[in-house]
Design a protein around this ligand. Structure first.
Ligand code: ATP
Ligand code: MG
Length: 431
């Protein structure tokens, strides 16, 4: 017997119910990003493995165990991108864009991480990424947060998301802090989970990000990174908190918030919801002032964030936002008798010429009339046009409005007027 074919674990197909929300999201993203003068950038899905190793940090989850890496036919190690920032930085360095005054980019596309699949956590998932290069002022941090806040408002989920924010200072601060952290955690070593034990000497800072509840309890008593951050960074963070308040942004200071990637400096933030369970971060980002130089460019401060599209869709679905029932088919065309098929096809083509915005379904099946009508109802069609020998002889069409059950025989010119009036709103919409 043939083995049933299936997709790769953690990689999903998306059908119209998801894509309906997805397309709305994309439309809103583009509108908001445009209003903040961002430009789209499209990047390759494959990059050389070494650029991720250089940028993300060797002891991070991503580099240690989540990358889809393989050798091509020439023996080069390539990786399916686990995130978009590194490729974006590579692109602006390679294309000599660093001299440009305005460097505000966004991209949307699939990312790949070999993780344990569960709700809100997949092996192929989509991110909307946003990156701003060139400015180190807190105003840019603020603007990026204002942008995300505006997006949630437009999507009607601003009350479901909480902003958590922290400053992780500079790398030097973190080195000093690590020593203290290790000293503290060594006392609790036997209570740590295997992963944290392993990280204790390779990259103890990452233990702060542990999702293990026992470890989180221990961390409550641990020294705080906040006490090791240099004055300039601390000042910067206090000023950022202050202007966020001025601009009406509510936030929660989370001293244990760090990001899963090593390249961040100073500001880090996450927008969290409690609807999806523990996989609750919808949007995460921060500053990465050293990354451009690290990857071979000039010194260029930068800040960015990424939104997990599937997690956002889960949240939108749980809220029933944007999920109003919509008619799927506008006009459903039925012919009665094989000899009348061509007449019906011509009408459907003519309708598509006149009404490119309408969704027209031509029924080719040889089911009975009642079965075809049932199908039209199942597809939530608005009107059915019936064409049989009788109609052709009389040069008219039988129109059924499925919701009101009204029926009328109309000449072509009357049919056009009728369609114009039924779909008036639809036809006047811009897109
Ligand atoms: P987590 O702590 O949940 O693993 P992360 O710190 O690895 O997240 P980032 O690398 O900051 O996540 O990615 C930004 C966003 O992308 C996340 O907040 C989330 O919404 C989404 N995301 C990350 N990994 C996945 C995944 N495996 N499946 C679905 N969405 C994801
Ligand atoms: Mg992760």
């Amino acid at each position: 017997m043939n083995k049933k074919i299936s997709s790769i674990r953690g990689m999903h197909d998306y059908f119209s119910e998801d894509l309906e929300i997805w397309n709305k999201l994309e439309k809103n993203f583009k509108q908001v990003l445009n209003s903040y003068s961002f430009e789209e950038i499209k990047l390759p899905i494959l990059e050389k493995t070494e650029i991720f190793q250089r940028a993300i940090g060797n002891v991070t989850d991503i580099i240690e165990k989540e990358m889809y890496s393989f050798y091509d036919k020439k023996g080069n190690s390539l990786t399916l991108r686990p995130e978009g920032t590194v490729g974006c930085v590579r692109a602006i360095i390679q294309n000599n864009l660093l001299y440009k005054k305005k460097l505000k980019f966004w991209y949307l596309g699939p990312m790949f991480r070999y993780e344990r699949p569960q709700k809100g956590r997949y092996r192929q998932f989509y991110q909307l990424g946003v990156e701003v290069f060139g400015l180190s002022e807190i105003d840019v941090d603020l603007e990026v947060i204002l942008l995300t806040n505006r997006l949630w408002k437009i999507l009607g989920i601003n009350f479901d998301l909480t902003l958590e924010i922290n400053s992780i200072g500079l790398q030097l601060d973190r080195i000093k802090y690590q020593k203290e952290l290790v000293f503290f955690l060594e006392k609790y070593k036997s209570f740590l989970d295997e992963e944290s034990k392993r990280r204790l000497y390779s990259n103890p800072f990452r233990i702060l990000d542990s999702k293990n509840l026992n470890v989180q309890r221990i961390l409550k008593k641990a020294p705080s990174l906040n006490n090791f951050i240099n004055d300039k960074s601390l000042n910067r963070f206090n000023n950022l908190c202050h202007i966020m308040k001025t601009h009406g942004i509510k936030y929660k200071y989370n001293p244990n918030l760090i990001r899963g990637l090593d390249y961040y400096t100073d500001t880090v933030f996450e927008w969290k919801s409690n609807v999806i369970g523990s996989k609750d971060t919808i949007c995460a980002g921060g500053r990465y002032d050293a990354l451009v130089e690290e990857l071979g460019g000039v010194k260029k401060p930068a800040i960015g964030f990424a939104i997990g599209i599937e997690r956002l869709i889960l949240l939108m679905r749980s809220k029933n936002v944007l999920s109003r029932k919509r008619e799927k088919i506008n006009i459903y065309i039925i012919f009665l008798g094989e000899e009348n098929k061509n007449h019906a096809i011509s009408l459907s083509e003519e309708m598509r010429d006149i009404y490119p915005k309408l969704n027209i379904f031509m029924s080719f099946s040889n089911f009975s009339l009642s079965k075809k009508i049932k199908h039209a109802v199942e597809l939530s069609s608005r009107i059915v046009i019936l064409i049989g020998a009788n109609e052709i002889k009389k040069k008219c069409y039988l129109i059924k409005e499925l919701e009101t059950k009204k029926e009328s025989y109309l000449f072509k010119s009357e049919l056009i007027l009728k369609i114009n009036s039924i779909f008036k709103k639809h036809l006047s919409r811009e897109n």
